[in-house]
Design a protein around this ligand. Structure first.
Ligand code: GLS
Length: 837
């Protein structure tokens, strides 16, 4: 407007009190000391590493907040269309190092912390991971937030502030996985800002009445409070600092005073307990849908609070609701937030008095849905009676949506009853169930999968009927990405420096335009460069060996190939194939003379990953790995050629140590089952080669780096269905079909590694219907491992492959992915912040 006046008081006085971002070492140390003194109430003489971490983190937070405030003010002033990423999981890992990088203050803090008598490495190591996620889906959300800020997009995340993140994994002496809680907030969390004034009431249960054809009213039941906690998400090479808003559940009133006064203490606290329970723990399942009431309450609590917040912000602009799609795009990360669709309908119909057509048109222009898996057990379905009990008004709305939808399908495909039954939001059965993927698809403007193959499978299998009905342009692909800041610069600083030096570019340039890595290609023939490249890999292997030595007390040899498979334990990911391959190698070595053995390529195999607590077969696989490791690491005949480790309690921080150290990593899912995978991208970005099946993003990685630089094996997706049919109807005994695998299983059964018979349930999954096709892929897997050994023997050529791999990873930056969402889906634009110093 030009004539901005100061809202209250004297502007100079205000301005004099405002701080900027610290720039120099003296102001940084001053700020840290201030926090030691006043936030922690401690002093130099009683400050340990943890205290120093907390004080440093608080001072970094002050700096983040300056940019965060400026960013939010800027958005409010400019009023652009905004996007919101609704995810039940955000697997953030540690924050301090990333915040320093993005603020451009790494060196200053290093110096300042040193002057105060501490080391940055020790302090960074004190931070606990924020582990509010299970695996790839949650980590993807974290990478997207980093990229959203780095590309200056007005993008907020919404999630839940779980008191307990993913469980801590312990391994018993027998090799069993044990779970312990993850009380990550116990030492206080300096990275969150409680917003005790930002609260919403969320209702459950009660009764719903219809007032007209489309309107209704919902009353009674339980009301709980959602309280906002904000987490600052700084961009790299920009001041833009977005927000991740996490909700905590609290009882609406402390406790029920009536019951309390009547002497019924238990009843008085029961309601407050049940309110607190909603955000107490992350469900530790990946790829399964359990149908538990508390999980449904989590989903509704979070979507209701987030929508209320989004709508309140929109309404502050004074615009009519029909313009909501011009100012708001909401991305549904999997079907977990699908209740947002009937919830927005409820708000528009019951509270805002819109008619059905108006409301539905708004809804279907606001939401976007990403599918992350085609595995049937992961497709969410909620029992109708449960929804009716917990969310009675929403069930009415879902039925209404279904009615209008099926009428439209009937008009297009008259008389096709099978099609109606397949497409209905309600699956018939005892009980009837609501199919959340169908609801998400019809309630969204666009639907996407997360890699080319996966998006094709979404279009041709689980949502085929919907593509036929709505047209294929709504159903598209956005291949996943990863942030190169955390997954190269932070986890592999030496490689990052070498790249910067070699490309002769400012690091900001290539870290924000990862296709610049292409420039490394011309150096593959430069022997001195290759030497530096290989030396860095070697030092990263030593760093990992060091980690294993200090955490497990085990000595890892570093003059061997490092072979890594780290991910959630799941039958479709086939860790079993890998461990059976290891046993095969062991048996082969055992059968050789000492002279023959000397020709072997020494190999160290690492596994890490958690199993869902109730997933028996996955836990048995862990036990097998641990016991095979125990036997072969102690075998004097083979231990120079083969070592095996299961590293407990896999986490983002452990991945940051493992990934840079890998020569080869395994991504060996049954074709068509791994939607994308994202660690495959991380390994390749760090110059590790890929051994994998023709699945998920492996395919696109091979397209980029060239098939001669990856090791592919196994059957292709179109063959899978037929092979499964053969297993069921024309089974061939294992000893005939795959004698090598048969021999391996016999040794396990006989008790070579553990009590005999203990692994029968696991082995029987292979012997019986072998749903994940281990018997079909085993021989080609062993052949691929041999090709890897052969290739590794030529170290110079291997290093060339490694350089070429890193050089071609530009496509897989999450900046590319988020900009694709911004342009093709959300229609939002970068809003750069130029904060005052
Ligand atoms: C997942 C897929 O299984 C992964 O392949 C994918 O990379 C990830 C992110 O899109 O999503 N789906 C899921 O339910 N958990 C995952 O990790």
């Amino acid at each position: 407007t030009g004539k901005e006046h100061w809202p209250r008081g004297e502007e100079e006085v205000w301005q004099a009190g405002l701080r900027g971002v610290d720039q120099d070492v003296p102001s940084i140390t001053k700020s840290i000391v201030n926090h030691v003194q006043t936030s922690l109430a401690r002093q130099a003489y009683n400050l340990d590493d943890l205290g120093a971490y907390q004080a440093a983190a608080l001072s970094v937070r002050d700096n983040l907040l300056v940019n965060w405030n400026e960013t939010q003010l800027n958005y409010t002033r400019k009023n652009p269309k905004r996007a919101y990423y609704l995810s039940l999981e955000f697997l953030m890992g540690r924050t301090l190092d990333n915040a320093l990088l993005n603020l451009g203050l790494k060196e200053q803090y290093r110096d300042g912390i040193k002057k105060l008598g501490f080391s940055v490495e020790d302090i960074l190591d004190k931070e606990r991971d924020a582990a509010l996620g299970n695996g790839g889906l949650g980590r993807l959300a974290a990478c997207y937030l980093d990229s959203g800020s780095s590309t200056e997009l007005p993008l907020w995340g919404y999630g839940l502030r779980y008191k307990y993140g993913i469980f801590q994994q312990l391994i018993s002496p027998e090799g069993n996985q044990l779970e312990a809680p993850d009380p990550w907030l116990d030492n206080q969390n300096p990275w969150e800002l409680p917003r005790l004034d930002v609260t919403y009431e969320v209702r459950f249960y009660g009764h719903a009445e219809r007032l007209s054809d489309s309107r209704g009213v919902w009353q009674g039941g339980q009301e709980v409070l959602a309280v906002a906690y904000d987490v600052m998400i700084p961009g790299y090479g920009t001041k833009n600092t977005n927000n991740l808003r996490l909700w905590e559940s609290k009882p609406k009133r402390g406790f029920d005073l009536n019951s309390f006064n009547a002497g019924n203490y238990e009843a008085a606290v029961a309601s407050s307990n049940s309110a607190d329970a909603i955000t107490s723990v992350l469900y530790p399942n990946d790829h399964t849908s359990f149908g538990k009431e508390l999980r449904l309450k989590q989903q509704y609590f979070w979507t209701a609070a987030s929508l209320a917040d989004i709508i309140r912000r929109f309404k502050q602009q004074g615009k009519p609701l029909k313009e909501l799609p011009d100012f708001v795009a909401i991305q549904l990360n999997d079907t977990h937030p699908t209740l947002a669709i009937p919830e927005l309908m409820r708000i528009l119909l019951d509270e805002e008095d819109l008619n059905w057509e108006q409301a539905w048109s708004i809804v279907t222009n606001v939401f976007f849905y990403t599918n992350h898996t085609v595995l049937p057990e992961a497709l969410e379905k909620w029992p109708v009676p449960l929804i009716e009990h917990v969310l009675p008004r929403h069930l009415q709305i879902i039925y209404d949506i279904n009615l209008f939808f099926l009428q439209a399908v009937e008009r297009k495909f008259p008389g096709d009853r099978d099609r109606l039954a397949r497409m209905s939001l309600i699956e018939e059965g005892q009980p009837k169930q609501v199919r959340m993927a169908h609801l998400a698809a019809i309630g969204s403007r666009k639907v996407n999968g997360v890699a080319e193959l996966h998006s094709d499978l979404v279009r041709t299998t689980i949502l085929k009927d919907f593509v036929e009905f709505e047209g294929s342009s709504k159903y598209s692909n956005v291949t996943n990405g990863i942030t190169p800041r955390r997954w190269l610069d932070q986890c592999n600083p030496e490689l990052s420096d070498l790249i910067t030096k070699t490309l002769k570019l400012d690091k900001v340039v290539w870290l924000k335009d990862l296709t610049k890595l292409d420039g490394l290609l011309e150096f593959t023939e430069d022997a001195a460069f290759r030497k530096e490249w290989a030396a860095i890999k070697q030092r990263n292997k030593e760093r990992l060996a060091n980690y294993v030595q200090t955490t497990l007390g085990l000595t890892v040899r570093t003059d061997a190939m490092f072979d890594v498979q780290i991910k959630r334990l799941h039958e479709y990911k086939r860790q079993t194939l890998n461990i059976l391959g290891v046993i095969h190698r062991y048996l082969t070595l055992k059968g050789q003379s000492p002279e023959e053995r000397k020709k072997a390529n020494p190999r160290v195999v690492f596994f890490a990953g958690k199993a869902a607590p109730a997933y028996y077969i996955a836990k048995l696989t862990i036990r097998l790995i641990v016991n095979v490791a125990r036997v072969i690491n102690a075998d004097p005949d083979t231990k120079d050629y083969l070592q095996l480790y299961f590293l407990p309690d896999y986490s983002v921080s452990l991945a940051e140590v493992l990934i840079p150290a890998s020569d080869i990593s395994q991504h060996i899912s049954t074709a068509g089952t791994e939607a994308s995978g994202t660690s495959n991208m991380k390994f390749c970005l760090n110059g590790g080669l890929l051994l994998g099946t023709v699945d998920g993003a492996n395919i696109e990685i091979a397209e980029e780096v060239g098939e001669s630089n990856v090791f592919f094996f196994g059957h292709l997706t179109p063959a899978v269905e037929d092979l499964r049919y053969q297993h069921l109807y024309h089974p061939v005994p294992l000893e005939e079909k795959c004698p090598t695998l048969h021999r391996v299983l016999e040794q396990v059964s006989a008790g070579l590694f553990d009590d005999a018979d203990i692994y029968e349930p696991l082995l029987n999954t292979i012997r019986q219907n072998d749903y994940y096709l281990l018997t079909d892929d085993f021989d080609s897997y062993i052949a691929a491992l041999a090709m890897v050994d052969e290739a590794y023997a030529d170290k110079e050529e291997w290093t060339k492959k490694s350089i070429r791999t890193t050089a071609k990873m530009g496509k897989f930056s999450s900046d590319r992915a988020i900009l694709d969402y911004a342009e093709s889906f959300w229609n939002i634009e970068p809003i750069p912040v130029t904060a005052k110093k």
